[in-house]
Design a protein around this ligand. Structure first.
Ligand code: AQP
Length: 329
């Protein structure tokens, strides 16, 4: 029996953080046996905010390497780079024609990012969710493993699939989100009200997958907490709550249990234990990542083959779409 399709992309808009790892990458390997998986780098998405071309090239390869270092096996899953499959942009144009402006203007990520970058309020930032819908629908994806922050965009992909199917006849699978049961969102170390983001201008707001032990310990020591001085898992202590969530995400335990274990410790003691634990947990993956990056030719072979496989799947969907809207074949 044909397996269901799981699909997820990660943007190369900065170096990957532990937020990306906990919310996305870490979930991927376990899906490989139950689903036909496609994982990739959303480089088309990343240029909605300005990128330095050389950095973009470098980070695109890094994201593929981190996916593999996290346990994604290119023999089992398709690993590819979005811009190497032109079908994504082609399907976006067709979907643009059935997307309402009002829907796009209600997207919270657009509202947030447009406030942050008023001087760069480009059209791509506005139509970003349509490209995301095209990514997902192109491969007839059944499930999309994403963090809680992406739920609204996925809802739009579902809407567009249903609208197209209704207008032209059954064409697209309507996708479902696959959101990790545990900790939904990892927050900034400097402001627990906003999510940890790789594009945050403050380097102390996030921990990178590439950070060494000293850097991790230093960043955790500087993380914002509160003046209460007591280790409890409480909404009233959002900074500490986030640190407990990070600890729990790595040890796969309940954050309340971690708070109990450290009930008699000072914040400084807890932070040092957390820093040590993150560094220790990341070390094996960092070693695998270095090995993968050291073999650039093999990495290139993997993502190029991935793009060919993705193309041959997506081509079938796009031909169907073109036929249904009335384009000559
Ligand atoms: N803080 C987070 N906690 C949990 N999950 C997160 N994800 C991102 N940040 C967190 C999940 O990581 C996946 C890849 O995300 P993306 O790169 O496509 O875009 P993003 O969500 O916009 O990630 P960033 O780090 O915040 O990037 P920038 O700064 O460029 O906008 C997604 O599945 C996301 O849910």
């Amino acid at each position: 029996m044909k397996k269901k399709v799981a699909f997820s992309l990660v943007q190369p808009s900065g170096e990957l953080t532990i937020g990306n790892y906990i919310g996305a990458l870490r979930q991927f390997p376990a899906l490989q046996d139950s689903y036909d998986c496609m994982f990739g780098v959303a480089d088309l998405h990343s240029i909605t905010v300005p990128q330095k071309p050389a950095d973009l090239r470098k980070r695109t390869k890094e994201v593929i390497a981190y996916m593999m270092a996290s346990g994604v096996d290119p023999e089992k899953s398709i690993l590819f780079v979005q811009s190497q499959v032109p079908l994504h942009a082609e399907l976006t144009w067709v979907l643009n024609s059935i997307t309402y402006m009002g829907q796009l203007s209600r997207m919270t990520q657009y509202k947030d990012k447009s406030q942050r970058s008023e001087e760069n309020l480009n059209a791509a930032l506005f139509t970003y969710p349509v490209l995301m819908a095209a990514d997902i629908l192109l491969y007839q994806s059944d499930f999309v493993p994403v963090g809680e922050d992406q739920r609204q965009h996925l809802e739009l992909a579902r809407d567009l699939a249903e609208r197209f199917n209704h207008r032209y006849s059954d064409t697209f699978t309507v996708p479902e989100p696959l959101i990790g049961k545990t900790i939904g969102k990892i927050m900034s170390l400097k402001n627990p009200e906003i999510k940890m983001s790789k594009s945050d201008p403050d380097q102390n707001a996030y921990i990178l997958l590439a950070d060494d032990k000293d850097t991790i310990i230093r960043k955790v020591r500087r993380a914002v907490t509160d003046s209460c001085g007591e280790i409890r898992y409480s909404e009233e202590q959002p900074g500490l709550m986030n640190l407990l969530n990070i600890y729990a995400a790595f040890t796969q335990e309940e954050p309340q249990k971690i708070a109990g274990q450290f009930a008699h410790a000072s914040y400084a003691e807890f932070k040092d234990a957390l820093g040590e634990m993150i560094a220790q947990s990341l070390a094996p993956m960092q070693a695998r990542y270095r090995d993968i990056m050291a073999n650039g030719e093999e990495l290139e072979r993997i993502y190029k083959e991935g793009a060919e496989k993705a193309y041959s799947i997506g081509r079938k969907t796009l031909s169907k779409v073109y036929r249904k809207v009335g384009f000559l074949q």
